[in-house]
Design a protein around this ligand. Structure first.
Ligand code: BGP
Length: 462
């Protein structure tokens, strides 16, 4: 083998509750913001397909876990749906949800697949959004309570916990760029929401430590986007640094180092956008850093200095401080419009090694969404997704190099296990190792990449 990974490497994939479970109105589940938004504006969603059915993991988890086994998984990330477990968000536990997650966790363990459990993947209970969601500190307390319940219910068997998936995405989607509920544009609220999310994260870590779960680890999952400047010109370097502060270090530094970068505070001060804080927050954040970091990597950012002054009458946006740079010749996934730059994974890993105490981490998402995969189905009914194999392989090569150079990377999780419902494009772009035939009762079949991944996992390399 040319690329032999360290012993015990985690091979698996990631999912989220809203995107795979379906059964959105079954067995006492409460509404989350996606259920509500879809009810209100079904046409806003791609092809009018909403989160109510999705891939039906709720009913078919046993079959799916068998397929995980067949594709070599030794680990698997799922999320708990807060509004399924605690329908109103604050009290009254739904026993049917407890039963469901118990069955899933037990089935995974029975199949030697370690469950990694995430508490929040974009799915705010609707009742809590009605009081402002993360804008409101009451929601932080409700979240800490929800976290405590999860640790108590499942902590005897689940040993890897994550507080949030990509906490910056609801900030961007809900408060800046109009792709998550409550879809408003308000930089001040965006900053407050981002800040409250970190306070909520730190509270959950604190609760976790009090729960003293044997051999348990807790972390956060961040989508890190290395920010590359157009040139080495000081103005371009400054633009890239601002992006890094706003989109990476705003979550990475408090989570790993227990404090915000001084430069970020200065920047927000300069524009009068500091959030409202409480005195005890700094100590809470300081004392509750993570054990483990999940890194979602899809694409880098490329930036350049601003060419024109921003319109002073338009709402303040991050783009007031830099311009995006469409580098000529960059490789794009044309289906999703995201750049593919494999070396980014190496740059992230080395940055974590050098500047973040080589915190224990793993790639918690990386993948390629492709439209029209059905056309790649061969005569035997298998989708021949060689492009996905190449995509994963090229990223793994850079991950391997980083590990060789001392990066503390423990695993690789693909996005995603089976084709799922996407927040932005429903079932248009497919990401899974397993295909879902929406027209034939969501029939599952393993793609070529799934068989390939099994080999890689079994050989612990390729
Ligand atoms: C990540 C999210 C996932 C998933 C993925 C693919 O940001 O954590 O939930 O959706 O992106 O993105 P999309 O479905 O928008 O193509």
């Amino acid at each position: 083998l040319q690329y032999q990974f360290p012993e015990g490497f985690w091979w698996g994939s990631a999912t989220s509750a809203t995107q795979i479970e379906g059964a959105a109105h079954e067995d006492g589940k409460g509404l989350n913001i996606w259920d509500y938004w879809f009810e209100q504006e079904p046409n806003r969603f791609f092809d009018g397909i909403g989160p109510e059915n999705t891939s039906d993991f709720y009913h078919r988890y046993q079959e799916d876990i068998r397929l995980m086994k067949e594709t070599g998984h030794n680990t698997f990330r799922l999320s708990i749906s807060w509004s399924r477990l605690i329908p109103g968000g604050i009290e009254n536990i739904n026993e049917k949800a407890v039963d469901f997650y118990n069955r899933v966790i037990d089935e995974l363990i029975k199949n030697d697949i370690e469950p990694f459990v995430n508490l929040f993947h974009f799915d705010m209970p609707f009742e809590l959004q009605q009081i402002g969601g993360w804008e409101n500190r009451k929601v932080i307390d409700a979240y800490a309570h929800y976290a405590r319940i999860c640790f108590e219910l499942f902590g005897d068997r689940v040993k890897k916990w994550f507080t949030f998936n990509e906490p910056i995405v609801p900030v961007e989607g809900g408060y800046l760029y109009d792709f998550h509920y409550p879809n408003i544009i308000d930089f001040r609220k965006a900053i407050q929401v981002a800040y409250h999310t970190i306070v909520a994260h730190a509270k959950a870590v604190q609760v976790f430590k009090q729960a003293s779960i044997q051999n348990g680890k807790i972390g956060i999952i961040l989508n890190l986007t290395p920010s590359y400047p157009r040139s080495q010109h000081p103005a371009d370097l400054k633009a890239a640094n601002i992006c890094d502060l706003l989109f990476n270090r705003s979550f990475l530094d408090p989570a790993v180092k227990g404090e915000y970068p001084a430069e970020l505070i200065e920047l927000l001060k300069e524009y009068s956008y500091l959030p409202v804080i409480e005195n005890s927050d700094a100590t809470l954040i300081k004392n509750n850093t993570i054990d483990i970091l999940g890194v979602n990597y899809y694409q880098p950012r490329r930036v350049k200095a601003k060419a024109h002054l921003p319109n002073p009458y338009a709402p303040f946006m991050p783009e007031n401080l830099f311009d995006n740079y469409e580098m000529p010749g960059r490789k794009m996934n044309r289906h999703r419009g995201w750049e593919i730059y494999e070396k980014g994974i190496y740059d992230i890993a080395m940055n974590l090694k050098e500047n973040y105490g080589n915190v224990e981490c793993f790639i918690s998402e990386n993948g390629i969404g492709v439209e029209g995969e059905e056309t790649f189905r061969n005569a035997d009914g298998m989708i021949e997704d060689d492009y996905r194999i190449t995509f994963i392989q090229e990223h793994l090569k850079w991950l391997y190099k980083a590990i060789q150079e001392g990066a503390n990377m423990k695993g690789y999780h693909m996005w995603t296990f089976m084709d799922n419902w996407s927040w932005s494009n429903a079932y248009k772009n497919r990401y899974g190792f397993i295909s879902i035939d929406l027209h034939h009762h969501c029939e599952r079949s393993i793609k070529k990449s799934g068989y390939w991944f099994k080999q890689v996992a079994e050989n612990n390399g390729f």
